[in-house]
Design a protein around this ligand. Structure first.
Ligand code: ACO
Length: 382
């Protein structure tokens, strides 16, 4: 008889591996990338700089930053066969499914994995990061019946993505806000999609295929898919006046409030704070967008009522997470809610890749044990 190993449902509290990419400090409400607090990153850094830091574990020099910026720009075009995969998806396909398929297609020409060849793996990650954004923009335009837009070389990663999505070069202010939103979503230690990427890559499957699997994990409503659901929730509430009562009802019936709760945070998610501040700034500037204003107001009341009500409880209560405010910000930038989760992937691809490259330095296949609860002496019945 083997010994009962016991288990932790959902792997809660299980330390599965070591990492120096990022750390979520749940009690304190802190998030660090390679030791640097997320608030400082949001204030001072850029997507290109953080891509370098996360992938390589050191801050870039001026020359290194120029090189990674140029490498990201140079890789924006997609192979024809990937465009075909995107273009042949039915109009009704969710963009996360198109993205996952396109990532798998990007793996068509991947050679054997060279685990400790950091240069090759970083180059592959940079290419993938650039191409993933192009996939998301193309799929979105297809859905809206619009032609794909070629990238503009003079634009940064964030600016170019918004340009490829909308056809307009964004103003500096919105481009910076979008860049910050990407920075906030780049990594989050062993979240479900990163863990999925690590599990796949631990088998020595290639980086691109591992990222394709991670996209699938991110698509779920309990993870990255929550940002789209938050907007659906705001729409279903209908108007700000109904929000308070809606929350009371949700709490009474134990319904899930999307964008709330987290496995690790026991206080406010620091990313939610940064996003809310940016959103409030944008709301002020876009007074004429009455629909988006009403959405923001509805979410604000849901947020405040949730905190007011939950703080009356004695037990540890839940807080808003990154997904609560991100959608409202993107909405004010004119982005459709179905594209919110793919945008999450535009940022998180850097984290997925960084974890894989780090893990491959000292790889061991992930293969946990199971607590078997089925019969042990069954037979085929004829
Ligand atoms: N609304 C209402 N109650 C909630 C919520 C919520 N959003 N989240 C958790 N709770 C309650 C649970 O019902 C449970 O209550 P109980 O102890 O009385 O049974 C308690 O809080 C603990 O929740 P669990 O679901 O056990 O927490 P877990 O760590 O397994 O799940 C998760 C975390 C998936 C994020 C969960 O909070 C959730 O479903 N939230 C809504 C979806 C969401 O916003 N996901 C995005 C997460 S951030 C990200 O992935 C980018």
């Amino acid at each position: 008889m083997t010994q009962d190993p016991g288990f932790s449902k959902g792997l809660a509290g299980v330390v599965a591996d070591a990492t120096s990419v990022s750390q979520v400090q749940g009690e304190e409400g802190r998030l660090i990338y390679r030791g640097i607090p997320i608030e400082e990153i949001a204030e001072k850094s850029t997507f290109e700089e953080m891509t370098y830091l996360l992938l390589r574990g050191k801050q870039p020099t001026k020359e290194e930053l120029a090189k990674i910026t140029a490498d990201l720009k140079a890789a924006r075009a997609l192979p024809k066969y990937v465009e075909t995969v995107i273009d042949s998806a039915p109009k009704s396909a969710h963009p996360m499914m198109i993205l996952q398929s396109a990532m798998a297609a990007l793996a068509f020409e991947q050679g054997p994995v060279k685990l400790t060849d950091v240069e090759t793996n970083v180059a592959s990650a940079i290419r993938l990061t650039s191409q993933l954004a192009t996939v998301v923009a193309r799929a979105s335009r297809n859905r809206r019946g619009l032609p794909a837009i070629a990238p503009k070389n003079e634009l940064s990663h964030a600016e170019n993505f918004l340009y490829m999505l909308s056809g307009n070069v964004p103003n500096k202010e919105e481009a910076r806000m979008f860049d910050v939103a990407l920075l906030l979503h780049m990594d989050h230690d062993f979240n479900a999609s990163t863990f999925a990427a690590r599990v796949i890559a631990s088998t020595e499957a290639n980086l691109v295929s591992s990222v394709s699997g991670a996209v699938g994990a991110l698509s779920g409503p309990l993870h990255g898919g929550a940002n789209e659901k938050v907007l659906a929730m705001a729409d279903s509430i209908g108007s700000p006046e109904k929000a308070k009562e809606w929350v009371h009802n949700a709490l009474a019936t134990k319904a899930k409030v999307m964008g709330f709760g987290h496995r690790v945070y026991r206080t406010m998610d620091p990313r939610a704070k940064v996003l809310r501040a940016m959103l409030e700034e944008l709301v002020e500037k876009k007074k004429s967008d009455t629909k988006a204003q009403a959405t923001y107001e509805t979410l604000r009341i849901v947020h405040d009522t949730m905190i007011e009500e939950l703080s009356k409880k004695e037990k540890d209560y839940i807080w808003p997470n990154v997904d609560f405010w991100s959608g409202a910000l993107y909405k004010l930038m004119g982005i459709e809610s179905i594209d919110f989760t793919p945008i999450f992937a535009v940022a998180r691809v850097v984290g997925w890749s960084s974890h894989i490259i780090e893990m491959w330095q000292d790889n061991r296949i992930y293969r946990p044990a199971a607590k078997y609860v089925g019969p042990t002496d069954a037979h085929i019945v004829r």
